[in-house]
Design a protein around this ligand. Structure first.
Ligand SMILES: CC(C)(COP(=O)(O)OP(=O)(O)OC[C@H]1O[C@@H](n2cnc3c(N)ncnc32)[C@H](O)[C@@H]1OP(=O)(O)O)[C@@H](O)C(=O)NCCC(=O)NCCS
Length: 175
């Protein structure tokens, strides 16, 4: 039985993130230096962009990158799951669902602690290629408001946006 651990990414994880990125995404496919450089740029943008990794028996086998939209003190914060990738040999074991769930929990806590202007909800969104059924199957479990948008931003491939709005109850502010 393997041990699964999910945590925020650290600088030492960038090589593994580059390896995974270059293995499963087209942008830097097989260009692991380029993939690592790209991930390093996003890593350095913290907290605008936040990485998490999943380890199986102490080896990083997957990651997720989340991007905050529109400012750090929005009354209705929006956080996008920008990328999630699991090494091919580790796909199909339910790692992505666990990673998404734990990331959402951590980002919810982080947002509550760092934004005192939230009025009612934190919204998570994700854009998925409509025909990436493996990804859409996973997203549908957690972005349960369902499909809320459609675009063809990259080439001609259609993408659907899935969303979930999580209520945040805050004490009333009396000024
Ligand atoms: C999409 C992805 C993140 C899912 O991660 P995962 O940890 O494999 O997720 P799961 O184990 O829950 O599997 C999800 C579904 O894909 C199927 N699946 C996963 N790997 C598979 C494989 N290698 N071959 C066939 N089916 C596979 C599973 O059977 C499951 O289908 P089900 O919901 O009908 O049971 C992962 O497959 C991946 O990294 N893909 C490449 C990168 C990508 O497309 N990322 C998403 C866009 S940003």
């Amino acid at each position: 039985m393997s041990t699964i651990n999910i945590r925020r990414a650290e600088e030492r994880d960038l090589e593994a993130i580059g390896l995974i990125n270059g293995s499963v995404f087209l942008g830097d496919r097989d260009q692991f230096d380029g993939a690592q450089r790209w991930a390093t740029c996003w890593f350095n943008a913290f907290p605008l962009y936040q990485y998490f990794v999943v380890e199986e028996d102490d080896v990083v086998v997957g990651y997720a990158g989340w991007q905050l939209h529109g400012g750090f003190h929005r009354a209705e914060p929006v956080i996008e799951l920008d990328q999630i990738g699991i090494l091919p040999a580790h796909q199909g074991k339910g790692l992505a669902p666990r990673l998404i769930q734990e990331c959402m929990q951590a980002l919810l806590t982080w947002t509550k602690e760092s934004n005192d202007r939230i009025e009612s909800h934190l919204t998570f969104v994700v854009w998925a290629y409509a025909l990436n059924f493996n990804a859409v199957n996973v997203y549908a479990k957690y972005f349960t408001d369902g499909v809320s948008g459609l675009r063809t931003q990259f080439g001609a491939r259609a993408e659907n946006m899935l969303r979930i709005r999580i209520p945040i109850v805050r004490p009333i502010r009396i000024e």
